[in-house]
Design a protein around this ligand. Structure first.
Ligand SMILES: Nc1ncnc2c1ncn2[C@@H]1O[C@H](COP(=O)(O)OP(=O)(O)O)[C@@H](O)[C@H]1O
Ligand SMILES: O=P(O)(O)OC[C@H]1O[C@](O)(COP(=O)(O)O)[C@@H](O)[C@@H]1O
Length: 308
């Protein structure tokens, strides 16, 4: 089974405002509510690509109930742990540019932390776990590392999509896939990552530290894949970006879904990029048909040299 874990889910409240003026009264012309948080986005995209997952993590209050209802409607199983307080609402303001405000999320008690670790301990070497998103401030900084240690011991494949300190601490753990964007990779190495060669150079360093598959996304500039004996560059398809929230999560879903269906790595990378762009080109996350339509538009080439 493939599990996704979202420690800090959210309702993503998308507001389209024509010309946003800070400090003024603005009226949105269109709004959308979506169940959000990185692992939940991965579960939603995988369901659309025909792959079953179980969503784990913490939900709380009426906002948490919205998330559970929404997943139920999309036939996605969950084993969320209910906590006190309320699941956060993250505001995504779309105007001439994109502004995001992500809330802090509820407090997670020590007992609830142990409950989640117990769920991980019950997984086997047939299972894959996707840990995605930020670690709420009430959890220890090394919570993902603790999960990684359990997974390594029992042979559970671990996919990680996180950033900052949480990502930094995970490096050195045995990981199946990580997908930093080029800014996150640059932060990780305190270096400049602007070109595909630079992305490949630093991506290779992650591979050397125990990550089997590394994807570095570079927004509209393309994406890089680093693996055992391949380093690839994909041009992203051209289109109008409507809402890039969840595009990175869609890449993780596209790749993980393809691998679970025993597709070759290059095809999995192609599906990752198609899924990311298909999401960027619409308000909600991508559908299977959108992904399939984009697959043929993606050119993949080999990156020959890794230079700094
Ligand atoms: N301008 C764009 N045109 C086409 N695809 C895009 C564009 N911006 C993002 N994407 C798609 O979304 C993916 C993830 O975007 P990126 O911004 O790199 O990651 P994240 O959302 O994790 O920050 C890209 O690899 C690409 O597939
Ligand atoms: O856990 P974090 O880092 O606050 O991020 C949560 C946010 O990330 C998202 O999962 C989107 O992530 P990406 O745009 O990076 O794919 C939103 O659904 C959610 O609001």
């Amino acid at each position: 089974m493939i599990y996704t874990c979202t420690l800090n889910p959210s309702i993503d409240y998308i507001m389209h405002v024509d010309e946003f003026k800070s400090g003024d009264l603005n009226r949105a012309k269109q709004t959308f509510f979506y169940p959000g948080g990185k692992g939940i986005n991965v579960s939603r995209v995988m369901a659309r690509l025909g792959v079953e997952t179980i969503a784990l993590g913490y939900t709380a209050g009426f906002t948490g109930a919205f998330i559970k209802d929404s997943l139920k409607q999309e036939h996605i199983q969950n084993q969320f742990i209910e906590t006190d307080g309320k699941t956060r609402v993250n505001v995504k303001l779309k105007s001439s540019d994109e502004t995001e405000i992500n809330g802090p999320g509820p407090l997670i008690s020590e007992a609830k932390q142990q409950e989640l670790l117990q769920q991980v301990k019950e997984m086997t070497d047939d299972d894959t776990l996707v840990i995605a998103g930020s670690v709420p401030s009430s959890l220890p900084d090394d919570f993902y590392v603790e999960i990684a240690e359990i997974c390594q011991k029992q042979g559970t494949k671990l996919v990680a999509d996180t950033s900052g300190k949480a990502l930094q601490q995970l490096i050195g753990s045995s990981l199946f896939l990580i997908k930093p964007n080029h800014h996150e990779l640059a932060d990780l190495f305190n270096a400049e990552v602007e070109t595909k060669e630079q992305a490949a150079y630093y991506g290779r360093k992650l591979f050397d530290q125990g990550v089997s598959h590394v994807i570095v996304s570079m927004g509209g500039e393309g994406a890089v894949y680093i693996g055992e004996d391949q380093q690839l560059f994909a041009e992203v398809p051209k289109g109008t970006v409507k809402n890039s929230v969840g595009a990175g999560d869609s890449m993780v879903a596209g790749f993980t879904a393809a691998i679970s269906q025993a597709k070759p790595v290059e095809e999995a990378f192609r599906q990752a990029v198609a899924s990311g762009s298909a999401t960027a080109f619409q308000d909600d996350l991508c559908n299977k048909e959108d992904v399939e339509q984009l697959l043929n538009d993606i050119e993949i080439s080999t990156i020959k040299e890794e230079t700094k």
